[in-house]
Design a binder for this molecule. Structure first.
Ligand code: CAA
Length: 379
């Protein structure tokens, strides 16, 4: 067993850390305040090859592995969780199903420009009435000649409005529920596609989250992803890996908050000494660091399993469960260490705390992770 990252992984981390500190961090607070997505940051990520890390070069990717991708999401999230999830949804939720289930033609047409960062991807599963019960979706797709006609609406879509390519799940045979669900590649330019309400969120505010509406949206037949009826499994398998992207995001958020808390506790003087001199503070830091390290190990392990074609669904759910809870507790403790200042927007820890909360909710709530893990333990 070797816990050491390769030199290539270390170099990649250095490069992304440098980019994150110099190009992403300076505007993170302002973009959060204004709930503004910055395409220029995305374009720079594309130039650095970050928009297609795990995909082979023949599809415009960097030919790296899922560990490299996890490191990228972690480092971006360490300064800006919104930028982290933009990359995560694009890569894990939209790129992955294209890579795994797309035809050669679909990969060249859609995965390549996405990997090159010319196009952004999104994933449309959740509906107003079907969140955790993903199989209960009401959006339908009916074949009409050479096109499927999609009707319905999806909510809470990460990258909604800024994405060009949407992986959409719809019922082709509603009576059959899971077995009657299919997956489609939908371009934002198709007639009948529109972007609905943009959510005003607690955290990850510079990552747009919107409703996506399909009103007789006509999708060419050749944009069916996989085969008819395979959609639910595609959705679930996509989330198996996607959850590890969120685990990496959570690790990054927690690390960013810990870094800030360490610096502050060494600078802040009360009762004539830096507050870190009190075990009430230094023991908190020790617990925070321990939780982060355990979360990171689980996250990297899940990424390693996927990179080595080994089963990773359980590991990924465990990583997200632990890392999401760790991010929430670590950021809350970071605010506590900052005291009253931590509750203001003068310091970044309140943003980290707001951003952490979503990692316990999206890509399956913590309760759904427990369901997934326990089912795998007992099946
Ligand atoms: N891989 C492959 N197949 C799978 C699978 C997986 N991981 N999970 C389930 N399946 C298959 C099952 O084997 C079963 O197949 P058969 O019918 O052939 O036996 C079929 O799918 C139905 O499975 P279940 O009976 O287990 O389905 P269920 O209705 O009980 O649901 C669930 C299972 C785990 C609760 C699932 O609904 C789920 O994951 N819910 C949470 C959804 C979620 O994570 N949503 C987040 C959306 S994305 C997001 O957050 C926004 C964003 O953009 C970031």
């Amino acid at each position: 067993m070797n816990f050491q990252l390769t030199e290539e992984h270390e170099q990649l981390r250095e490069m992304i850390r440098d980019f994150a500190l110099n190009e992403v961090a300076p505007t993170a607070a302002e973009r959060d305040e204004e709930a503004r997505f910055d395409r220029a940051i995305w374009d720079k990520m594309a130039e650095l090859g970050l928009t297609g890390i795990p995909w082979p070069e023949e599809y415009g990717g960097a030919g790296f592995d899922f560990l490299a991708y996890a490191i990228a999401v972690e480092e971006l999230s360490r300064v800006c969780a919104s930028t982290g999830v933009t990359l995560s949804a694009h890569t894990s939720l939209a790129g992955w199903p294209l890579y795994k289930f797309g035809s050669e033609e679909q990969k060249q047409k859609y995965l390549r420009p996405m990997a090159e960062g010319k196009k952004i991807g999104a994933y449309c599963l959740t509906e107003a009435g079907s969140g955790s019960d993903a199989g209960g979706m009401k959006t339908t797709a009916k074949l009409d000649g050479d096109e499927y006609v999609l009707n319905g609406s999806k909510i809470f879509i990460t990258n909604g409005g800024v994405a060009d390519i949407y992986i959409v799940f719809a019922a082709t045979n509603p009576e059959e529920k899971h077995k009657g669900t299919s997956a489609f590649i939908v371009e934002s330019s198709y007639p009948g596609f529109s972007v609905g309400k943009k959510e005003d969120k607690l955290g990850i505010r510079s990552s747009p989250t919107t409703e996506i509406v399909f009103d007789n949206c006509r999708v060419p037949k050749e944009n069916l992803l996989g085969v008819e009826g395979q959609g639910f499994k595609i959705a679930m398998q996509t989330l198996d890996g996607g959850r590890n992207g969120i685990a990496a995001q959570a690790v990054g958020i927690a690390q960013g908050a810990l870094d800030a808390a360490i610096d502050y506790s060494k600078e802040r003087v009360q009762f004539g000494k830096p507050i870190v001199a009190n075990q009430g503070i230094s023991f908190k830091l020790a617990d925070m660091a321990t939780g982060i390290e355990a979360s990171r190990l689980l996250t990297y392990q899940a990424a390693w399993l996927e990179s080595n074609d080994l089963p990773y669904g359980k590991a990924s759910a465990m990583a997200k469960l632990l890392a999401g809870d760790t991010a929430m507790s670590v950021t809350t403790e970071a605010v506590q260490i900052f005291g009253g200042y931590g509750y203001t927007k003068d310091y970044p820890v309140e943003r980290y705390m707001r951003d952490a909360k979503i990692t316990q909710i999206y890509e399956g709530t913590q309760e759904i992770q427990r369901l997934v893990i326990s089912r795998m333990l007992t099946k």
